[in-house]
Design a protein around this ligand. Structure first.
Ligand code: G
Ligand code: G
Ligand code: MN
Ligand code: NA
Length: 256
């Protein structure tokens, strides 16, 4: 397809950009970080979302150099904000990974190079992995995650609850947070009903000694339920949509 052909040149033509969605602490109400989300600025078709090209990027292997660019760009961006605003010192940038990327034999080294090159500290970087990516390779995954943790990088499981996790592995993975998939947050209605699954995931996170981060929060009622259940952080249209780097910078600079 034409998309496939165009995609092959998009990286060298510098057509990719990152948008950033604020993540809010539910205890303080303050910004804690941003999730970096990839977009493709196609010269004819305009802004294209990952749903329309990530599968092709995976299949063609483009995801490997692209994934490296995403990490580099995200780390560089946060480090730049940290140099501009003291308020950005404790923020983190959360980056989605793909399975092909973490299967690269030198992935851990690449992470170290990117941190060294951008000057960002590992604790300010968070990596999002899905359950499927983690359960794929059992013991090997535990070793990989441990090596990543040695660089003080944080780890979270994205879309939690939509995949398949072995509870016996889950407690052995050195992860820092479970991100509650928005399909469990959306059904919570104005009366706060339909919160059973969200409640269960938050309880599980706390039993594991880690944080729960809710995704797709769109209403005040959903937020109230999440706060009541002890969810630590949240993101969603209720707070902000993913925004370009200029708008994200304005948000970061205003963080009290
Ligand atoms: O950005 P959007 O809201 O359309 O995200 C759709 C999906 O694309 C999300 O599930 C997300 O995991 C994936 N995605 C977005 N940005 C990235 C990225 O930088 N790398 C990878 N691997 N996936 C991404
Ligand atoms: O799978 P992942 O969690 O990485 O994807 C995040 C996706 O969710 C992005 O495509 C982002 O644009 C989208 N998103 C973020 N907040 C909301 C929200 O409140 N409602 C909806 N419908 N989508 C959201
Ligand atoms: Mn994500
Ligand atoms: Na998700």
């Amino acid at each position: 397809s034409q998309i496939e052909v165009d995609l092959r040149y998009a990286l060298e033509r510098q057509e990719f950009i990152l948008h950033y969605q604020p993540i809010i602490s539910l205890t303080t109400g303050r910004l804690t970080g941003f999730e970096a989300l990839l977009r493709w600025q196609h010269p004819q078709r305009g802004l294209i979302y990952p749903g329309d090209f990530m599968t092709i990027a995976e299949e063609t292997g483009l995801i490997v150099p692209l994934g490296e660019w995403i990490l580099q760009e995200a780390c560089q961006q946060l480090h730049l904000w940290q140099q501009k605003f003291s308020t950005a010192a404790s923020l983190y940038i959360s980056v989605n990974l793909s399975s092909k990327q973490i299967k690269q034999f030198n992935f851990v080294d690449k992470l170290a190079w990117i941190l060294a090159d951008t000057g960002l500290s590992g604790r300010n970087l968070k990596l999002e992995l899905t359950e499927t990516m983690l359960m794929d390779r059992g013991e090997k995954t535990i070793e990989l995650l441990s090596q990543i943790k040695e660089q003080n990088i944080q780890l979270s499981i994205d879309d939690f609850g939509t995949g398949y996790s072995s509870l016996s592995y889950l407690h052995r993975f050195p992860i820092d947070a479970l991100k509650i998939d928005r399909s469990f947050v959306s059904p919570i209605d104005a009366e706060g009903k339909n919160c059973e699954i969200v409640k269960t995931i938050i309880t599980l996170a706390h039993a594991l000694g880690i944080k729960a981060i809710a995704e797709g929060v769109e209403t005040a009622a959903q937020l109230a339920v999440l706060k009541k259940l002890g969810c630590e952080e949240a993101q969603g249209y209720f707070f902000a949509k993913p925004v370009n780097s200029q708008l994200a910078e304005a948000i970061a600079s205003k963080n009290p």
